[in-house]
Design a protein around this ligand. Structure first.
Ligand SMILES: NC(=O)C1=CN([C@@H]2O[C@H](COP(=O)(O)OP(=O)(O)OC[C@H]3O[C@@H](n4cnc5c(N)ncnc54)[C@H](OP(=O)(O)O)[C@@H]3O)[C@@H](O)[C@H]2O)C=CC1
Ligand SMILES: O=C(CO)COP(=O)(O)O
Length: 298
C-alpha cells in the first residue's frame, strides 16, 4: 500500500488525486492552502507525514511555498508542475534541490489535460528521476487507464513541459488571428525545433523531444482550447492585456511566467529563441501582427 499526499487542490492536483485513488494499491489524501470540502482532504501537517508526495503547486509559487511550509522527512516527491520560475530562470529541479535529495525526487510530464484525466479517459505519461526505483515507485502508482513510462531525463521532461506552454500561447495567437491550418502546423513544428535546440543545450536527451513529454504534450496543448495557455494566446490576439486575460482565466497559465523566464535566459546567454521571444514581446504589448511579420521576415 502506497500512502500518497497530493499538495495543491487545483485542477491538476485534484485530477491526480482522483487518478491515483483509482489504484487500489494506494491510499490518497489531498491538501491545499484553504480547507476544502473534497474527499480525503487533510491539513498540510498530516499530508507531509505521507511517504509519497505529489506537488501540484505552480512553478511561480512553489519556491516561496517550500521555504515557508516544507519539512522534508525522507519522503519521495513527484513534481507535477510545468514551468520555469520567471524571477530567477530556475527550473523546478533547481528549486527543489535544496529540499529533496536527487534520489528521492521525480518529475511528471506528458499529454494530460486535467479535465480528461478526472473523467478517467486514457493517456500515457512519463516519470523522470535520477533514481530508477523512485521513478518506478511513482510510475507504478498510476491506475490502469494511465500508461506510464519511466526514464532519467529530468532536463528533457522539464524543458518540454515548460516550453510547450509558451508555444501553446503562440498557437492560440495564430488561431485567434485566423492564420489557417498551414500556419499552425508550421508554428508547432518550428516550436518543436526551437524547444529541442534550447533543451539540448540544457542536457536534455534528443529522443525526449519526439516522445510523450515533447511532441506528445506540445501537439496536445498547442492545438486545443482545453489548454489555458492556448486560450491566453486567443486573448492576446483579441488585443487584450495579459492582466485581463489572467483575471478572466481564473487558473494558472504557466506559459506566461515561462516566457519571461526564457526571455531572461536568452538575454543572459545569447541563445536564439525566436518564437518564445515574440510571445514575450506580445505579452509586453507588441501587436501580434507585427510579431508575425517579424517572424516571417527575420
Ligand atoms: N490543469 C492541467 O491540465 C495540468 C496542469 N499541469 C501543471 O500543474 C500545475 C498546477 O496547475 P493547475 O492545478 O491546473 O492550476 P490551478 O490554477 O487549477 O490550481 C493551482 C493550485 O496551486 C495552488 N497555489 C496557487 N498559488 C499558491 C501559493 N502561493 N501557495 C501554495 N499553493 C498555491 C492553488 O492552491 P489552493 O488549492 O490552496 O487554492 C491550487 O491548488 C501547473 O504547473 C500546470 O502547468 C500539468 C499538467 C496538466
Ligand atoms: O499541461 C497540460 C496538458 O498536458 C495543461 O496545459 P494548460 O496548462 O495549457 O491547460
Amino acid at each position: 500500500m502506497k500512502r500518497i499526499a497530493v499538495i495543491g487542490a487545483g485542477k491538476w492536483g485534484s485530477a491526480l488525486a482522483f487518478a491515483l485513488g483509482q489504484n487500489p494499491e494506494n491510499e490518497v489524501v489531498i491538501t491545499s492552502r484553504h480547507p476544502r470540502d473534497v474527499p480525503n482532504f487533510v491539513d498540510l501537517e498530516t499530508a507531509l507525514q505521507r511517504e509519497y508526495l505529489v506537488m501540484a503547486i505552480p512553478a511561480q509559487q512553489v519556491g516561496a511555498w517550500l521555504k515557508e511550509h516544507f519539512r522534508y522527512r525522507d519522503q519521495k516527491v513527484l513534481v507535477a508542475a510545468k514551468g520555469i520560475e520567471a524571477s530567477t530562470g530556475r527550473f523546478l529541479n533547481e528549486i527543489f534541490a535544496p529540499y529533496v535529495p536527487d534520489q528521492n525526487i521525480a518529475f511528471l510530464s506528458g499529454p494530460s489535460f486535467a479535465a480528461e484525466v478526472i473523467q478517467g479517459l486514457p493517456t500515457a505519461l512519463v516519470v523522470s528521476s535520477a533514481d530508477a526505483q523512485t521513478a518506478m515507485g511513482f510510475a507504478e502508482a498510476f491506475p490502469e487507464f494511465i500508461r506510464t513510462y519511466s526514464d532519467d531525463d529530468i532536463a528533457g521532461a522539464e524543458v518540454c513541459g515548460s516550453y510547450k506552454n509558451v508555444i501553446a500561447i503562440a498557437a492560440g495567437i495564430c488561431a485567434g488571428l485566423k492564420l489557417g491550418n498551414n500556419a499552425a502546423a508550421a508554428l508547432i513544428s518550428r516550436g518543436l525545433i526551437e524547444m529541442r535546440r534550447f533543451g539540448l543545450a540544457y542536457g536534455a536527451r534528443d529522443e525526449t523531444f519526439l516522445g510523450l513529454s515533447g511532441a506528445g504534450d506540445l501537439f496536445l496543448t498547442a492545438s486545443s482550447v482545453l489548454s489555458r495557455n492556448y486560450r491566453v494566446g486567443l486573448g492576446l490576439a483579441e488585443g487584450k492585456a495579459k492582466e485581463q486575460i489572467v483575471e478572466e482565466l481564473g487558473e494558472v497559465a504557466e506559459g506566461i511566467g515561462t516566457a519571461y523566464a526564457l526571455h531572461g535566459i536568452a538575454q543572459r546567454s545569447g541563445v536564439y529563441l525566436p518564437i518564445a521571444t515574440e510571445v514575450y514581446e506580445i505579452l509586453e504589448g507588441k501587436a501580434p501582427r507585427e510579431s508575425l511579420n517579424d517572424l516571417l521576415t527575420r
